[in-house]
Unconditional design. Sequence first.
Length: 124
Amino acid sequence: MRIATLQFSPRLRDVDGNIERGEEILNKWEQSHGDEARKLDLLVLPEMAFTGYNFSSLETIKPYLEPTRSGPTAKWARSTARRLGCVVCVGYPEVPLLIKLGPDVGAKSPPETEDSNLWNQRNS
């Protein structure tokens, strides 16, 4: 199994800039490793890799909470996983979504979607 880590010092609250920086690092790595880059099985980034980590309070992080599976970090992870042909593991601060569940919940398997390959692990 081939595992790579992508870790850098993100700028607090600069999600787009940090994603861009991560892309630059990955692009340089891909260029220097050629076909070997396509043999990667797992790419791991730290939790809150693109938001930065040291928020002073819950209030200061609220603007950076991402919707489950559809925020910039999840979109980046899916795109990068497709491009590299590997699993991408990256953490992000998540805003919980409320879902109304009907009486037949659990009766059927969820439909296959583009997001079927996206796993969300929550820390409490």
